[in-house]
Design a protein around this ligand. Structure first.
Ligand SMILES: [Fe+2]
Length: 325
């Protein structure tokens, strides 16, 4: 990256210069920054990569324009700098890769409800790296929300309530429940056949302690099925109460994709929503996902598995997924 910065950039209050050589343009008040002039790849220097990791923890989601040099292979190689990359537990990866592809022309390819990735397993991914492969001419923005800020801004009484609650997350959640568009039969069928080909359930604390920042964050999203020990009706009311705090517009940042953009988010401190307003235009994005640890409650208890298919370790699952790809 260049070390020469125009004076107007240095003087710009939006530019965050706390992270080494990185120049990060703040995009909103509480989440999200665009890293300027950096070409992502497995060959980033130790210093630059360390700065990138720190910046990610602070901004929660980072955006990068113009990463046309990345292909599936180098995208995965870059992802491996963050840790072990993992395939999606149920959705087959393209071409024997560990990539997760969202293709709007296929049944399950529109992530248009608020979620944290893969929270239906106990050790859900810590980081997701999404690359814009085919981007519509208009529409198709993605919005991220800061779940640590949502916790921080809760009144004390609600913090205490939240810290005592645990919830069951499952990939067999009510997919059609909150959809205002016509969730077509095709999409529902695809969801059942592919996404829920094997049912997973995990129990997570509603409030978890981030393993790197120590921040407390709310763990919710559309995979949440019910709260442990509460009825479905009570669960729905409490979900609404806390989820509405997460997705307050003050907690969010919206990204308008261009071809070859990359977004990296801390999946432990965010939820996201892919806006489904681009009609029949093609849209393909590919994601590299990095293995994460089980979540830790404020009292030190860890997330646990309630249910998973028999081929249950990552190696077995990878083999299963590769065979069916
Ligand atoms: Fe997602």
């Amino acid at each position: 990256m260049s070390h020469a910065h125009p004076v107007d950039v240095l003087a710009d209050a939006r530019i965050d210069t706390r992270f080494g050589d990185l120049r990060i343009r703040r995009l909103a008040g509480h989440i999200g920054g665009e890293v300027l002039g950096l070409a992502l790849g497995a060959d980033l220097s130790t210093d630059t990569f360390a700065a990138l990791q720190s910046a990610l923890l602070a901004h929660k989601v980072l955006f990068f324009r113009g990463q046309a040099h990345l292909d599936d292979e180098s995208h995965q190689a870059f992802g491996a700098r963050f840790g072990r990359t993992v395939a999606h537990p149920t959705v087959p990866a393209p071409n024997g890769t560990k990539l997760f592809e969202l293709d709007a022309s296929k049944g399950g390819g529109r992530a248009d409800s608020w979620h944290t990735d893969v929270t239906f397993v106990d050790a859900f991914p810590k980081i997701s790296i999404l690359r814009g492969v085919t981007i519509p001419a208009y529409g198709g923005d993605t919005v991220w929300a800061n779940t640590a800020k949502a916790y921080e801004r809760l009144p004390d009484a609600l913090k205490r309530l939240a810290e005592q609650l645990w919830a069951v997350h499952s990939n067999d959640y009510d997919y059609g429940a909150d959809r205002t568009d016509a969730a077509t039969d095709d999409r529902l069928r695809h969801h059942k056949e592919v996404f829920v080909s094997a049912v997973y359930e995990a129990e997570h604390p509603l409030v978890h302690v981030h393993p790197e920042t120590g921040e407390r964050a709310l763990l919710l999203g559309h995979f949440l099925k019910k709260f442990v020990g509460l009825s479905s009706t009570e669960s729905a009311r409490l979900f609404e109460l806390f989820q509405s705090r997460v997705i307050r517009l003050e907690n969010t940042v919206r990204w308008s994709w261009q071809q070859d953009d990359v977004a990296i988010w801390d999946n432990r401190a965010t939820q996201h929503y892919a806006i489904n307003d681009y009609g029949d235009q093609p849209r393909v994005v590919r994601r590299v996902t990095v293995h994460g640890e089980t979540a830790v409650a404020v009292d030190g208890q860890r997330s646990r598995t309630r249910r998973r298919p028999e081929a249950s370790n990552d190696a077995q699952l990878d083999a299963l997924i590769t065979r069916t790809a």
